[in-house]
Design a protein around this ligand. Structure first.
Ligand SMILES: *Cc1c(COP(=O)(O)O)cnc(C)c1O
Length: 339
């Protein structure tokens, strides 16, 4: 195993900086299950007010946050509508079905990452004993690093309102979307009853996500969090990292986006590579499958960490990768194609 010099595998690999660690070490804490941790309370209040929602709850992971949202929107035997490749349907080990007795109704994505509005509407079940009750629609933005239009989210919200459904946003990287669009997080998340945001990705905190939303949903989520074993005690140490991230690491996401563009342009110089131009911090590259295996192995041997199989690669920029890291990785790419 070679050591990774430039780690583009994910923005989850970021490590807390010295000043973030200092904020964590100095955090005022209490027992959060009793509601006593002042730092957790401050983070939850801060997120609720940033998004203009009633309340928020700090949780260990984005997966738990999405699961709590679905379990709070839905009862046993209810159904949620989500994209075929949505993280909360595809990449969360079927938690909603296993732990919530909630069934997914997946909808195919169009080339631009959105779901067809007509397909969403026709997937909503009539009120009839034969069917599961459709209860909530879940969107994801950014989706695969792509920023889906605010108008699309409003269109889906109109469908949800018309059919009296809840609307959830998996906004693991919602701040990336907002920085890319130049809009504030409050206007971006206006139509949603609940929003999940990760602190442990591009924002650079070691652990944690926040679920923000309507009071009744967050109250239920608090009960479900306890049930799932997510009640934490002096978790102000972790919430302090989240508060630090909100103060220091949001605007700088623009640097990650700029570096992703530089990386994409550098990769696109090689005609064997088909590069998708990034909206935010994720670059996808397609190539011939055999070439992909050799290229990915070569990069690994040179200490360039990426994720890739079957001729597809994903490169993610983040706050632990600077301009030199992008240049260094591109130098290895050039070395591969020179040979
Ligand atoms: C990472 C991610 C999650 C899950 O977050 P974890 O903290 O890894 O559980 C959920 N949704 C999306 C879109 C993500 O990218």
């Amino acid at each position: 195993m070679n050591t990774i010099r430039y780690d583009f595998r994910s923005d989850t690999v970021t490590r807390p900086s010295a000043s973030m660690r200092k904020a964590m070490a100095e955090a005022e804490v209490g027992d959060d299950v009793f509601g006593d941790d002042p730092t957790v309370n401050r983070l939850e209040q801060r997120m609720a007010s940033l998004l203009g929602k009633d309340a928020a709850i700090f949780v260990p992971s984005g997966t738990q946050s999405n699961l709590l949202a679905l379990m709070s929107h839905c009862g046993r035997g209810d159904e949620f509508i989500a994209g075929q490749n949505a993280h909360l349907y595809c990449h969360e080990a079927g938690g909603a079905a296993v732990l919530g007795s909630i069934q997914p109704q997946p909808i195919a994505h169009q080339a631009d990452g959105t779901m067809d509005l007509g397909e969403i509407e026709s997937a909503i079940k009539p009120d009839d004993n034969h069917y599961a009750r459709t209860t909530v629609i879940a969107l994801e933005n950014t989706f695969g690093g792509k920023v889906l239009p605010v108008e699309y989210m409003a269109d889906v919200a109109a469908i949800a309102t018309k059919h009296k459904l809840g609307l959830h946003l998996d906004g693991a990287r919602a701040f990336n979307a907002c920085v890319s669009l130049g809009v504030d997080i409050k206007s971006f998340t206006v139509p949603f009853d609940s929003v999940s945001i990760c602190l442990s990705k591009g924002l650079g905190a070691p652990i944690g996500s926040v679920l923000i939303g309507r009071q009744d949903l967050i109250d239920k989520a608090r009960r479900h969090r306890k049930m799932l074993g997510g009640g934490m005690r002096q978790s102000g140490i972790l919430a302090a990292a989240g508060l630090y991230a909100l103060d220091n690491n949001v605007d700088r996401l623009a640097d990650d986006h700029r570096r992703a563009k530089t990386l994409a342009e550098g990769l696109a110089a090689f005609r064997e590579l088909k590069v998708t131009s990034p909206d935010t911090n994720i670059v996808f590259v397609d190539m011939d499958r055999d070439l992909g295996d050799r290229f990915t192995d070569f990069l690994a041997s040179k200490g360039v960490g990426i994720t890739g199989t079957y001729g597809k690669q994903r490169w993610v920029t983040h706050l632990d990768l600077d301009d030199d890291a992008v240049a260094g990785a591109l130098a290895e790419v050039a070395a591969f194609f020179r040979n």
